[in-house]
Design a protein around this ligand. Structure first.
Ligand code: ADP
Ligand code: ASP
Ligand code: MG
Length: 468
């Protein structure tokens, strides 16, 4: 039997009729040679609009964002009118009509039922992917691809952490196989919305913003796919965020460890949790450009290819807060760090980077929502200081394991920028540090120039010759 591949299309890959037509051609081509499973995000802008509507409804202002949301929902019908068969377009109009009524009802409940808000918000957000998957199914059928809509909430089973739910792996694997294997056996092409799941009781959940990549990886792992393809609006993972470094270039290959670090520290092209399910099953992840399918993208595998110069990419993440705890009680004491991290755990606040000295601990958090309470609870442990407006910069490459002098080059390049919280060695493929948010773009620019542009190493030529 032919190989199974998961193809995930992001919001900009299905933004309009032209984009959907390109997707239909890509899925059609994949169907001729493999058994594709399609995972699709909401149309560009729809999740933002749904969440804005939910927020407005919570504060009793639903009507303010109504027209914008309506226009975005209407786009599904317009595209179906252009690309689907008449019966398919009719079906989308029916689904859309029903969805409008249900969303209006949910928005009303958001104002009335404060206790249920997190679950209601996820239910509202889920319409983005439910509608895009229904639309793409109709478009594929019109292109003679035997597509079948699958409700992803029957496959991805999660806990009840609304807004950023954690999948329950055995249930998810079993349910995904049970839903999809019969379709695949009949050579049908399942189409699922990404980002959404449901609790064991069937209550809708979401995996967190950008979570469709993660959905694709979970589905790929459940089915032991030959490859997980992430189709997006750039040609693979680039040497830096192209919005900051316009000259950033495609990285031909990455190890799982490199890709995970980049995704975790800000490379938006991959949701941070995408790599783990693929790595567990040793499934290659390929990142490709749906707007330029001919361009080579990036392939992520277990192979840790080392690039000349050692560094493969620079990621960065703004909106970071640094917390420092000073205490002489830490000296030679055990249990101190446990007590400290328990405070963060109680407030469900994720800590990203940690460094310690004899008498102090510095760490970073992205979600500062619970910081006032955290700082109050840390008080008995020592003197606490908080610095907001910081950014993490992360220099990544398998070559960091073996190439001497990279740290010296990095810090010499930005010697006039104040650097704190330097962390190297934990994963052995990254060098991570904190700078002021106001200077992070400049830091990334200069590092990219020094590490990729000035030294004249041609990444593409190295990849083409297979040179290490
Ligand atoms: P999708 O809608 O396909 O999921 P996203 O917007 O989530 O796409 O991710 C793609 C975007 O990620 C790119 O358009 C780019 O602006 C951003 N990005 C940030 N860092 C990187 C990087 N290192 N390589 C590629 N893209 C990056
Ligand atoms: N539609 C969701 C979001 O905008 C999930 C995704 O696009 O991956 O966050
Ligand atoms: Mg994304």
């Amino acid at each position: 039997m032919s190989e199974l591949t998961v193809l995930k299309f992001g919001g900009t890959s299905v933004a309009d009729a032209e984009a959907l037509q390109r997707v239909a051609a890509l899925v059609g081509r994949a169907h001729r040679t493999t058994r594709p499973v399609v995972v699709v995000s909401a149309l560009a802008g729809v999740t933002d609009a749904l969440l804005a509507a939910a927020a407005a409804a919570t504060s009793g202002n639903a009507e303010r964002v109504g027209p914008q949301l309506d226009a975005l929902l209407e786009r599904h019908a317009e595209i179906a009118g252009r690309l689907a068969r008449p019966e398919g377009a009719g079906g989308i109009r029916t689904v859309l009509g029903r969805a409008r009524g249900e969303i209006a009802d949910l928005l009303e409940r958001l104002a009335r039922e404060p206790d249920r808000r997190p679950a209601l918000r996820d239910e509202v957000a889920s319409y983005g992917e439910r509608l895009s998957a229904a639309l793409l199914t109709a478009v594929l059928l019109a292109a003679d691809v035997p597509a079948r809509y699958v409700d992803a909430r029957h496959c991805l089973i999660t806990d009840e952490t609304y807004g950023r739910a954690t999948p329950l792996l055995p249930d998810t694997e079993q349910r995904t196989r049970a839903e999809l294997a019969p379709l695949l056996d009949r050579r049908l092409v399942p189409v699922l919305g990404g980002y959404i799941g449901a609790t064991a009781d069937g209550v809708t959940t979401t995996l967190g913003r950008g979570g469709s990549d993660y959905s694709a990886a979970l589905v790929g792992a459940a089915l032991s796919a030959a490859e997980i393809q992430i189709w997006t609006d750039v040609s693979g993972v680039l040497t830096a965020d192209p919005r900051v470094v316009p000259g950033a270039r495609t990285i031909p290959s990455l190890s799982y460890a490199e890709a995970a670090e980049l995704a975790y520290f800000g490379a938006k092209v991959l949701h941070p949790k995408t790599i783990q399910p693929a790595m567990d099953r040793d499934i290659p992840v390929r990142i490709c450009n749906s707007h330029a399918a001919g361009e080579a993208g990036t392939v992520v595998t277990a192979l840790g290819e080392v690039r000349p110069g050692g560094v493969k990419a620079i990621a960065h993440k703004s909106g970071i807060t640094v917390v420092q705890i000073n205490s002489t009680r830490m000296l030679g004491a055990y249990g101190f760090l446990r007590g400290l991290f328990e405070v963060f755990e109680r407030h469900q606040t994720v800590v990203d980077v940690v460094t310690t000295s004899e008498v102090s601990v510095s760490l970073t958090v992205e979600d500062a929502g619970s910081l006032p309470d955290i700082v109050a609870e840390l008080g008995p442990l020592g003197t606490v200081s908080v610095e907001s407006g910081r950014a993490i910069v992360c220099v990544v490459g398998e070559g960091l394991r073996t190439t001497p002098g990279i740290a010296a080059r990095v810090f010499a390049t930005i010697s006039d920028i104040n650097v704190s919280l330097i962390s190297q060695g934990a994963s052995r493929v990254n060098l991570t540090f904190v700078v002021e948010e106001a200077r992070v773009r400049e830091a990334v620019h200069r590092l990219h120039e020094a590490l990729f542009e000035r030294e004249g190493v041609d990444l593409d030529a190295a990849a083409a010759t297979g040179a290490p």
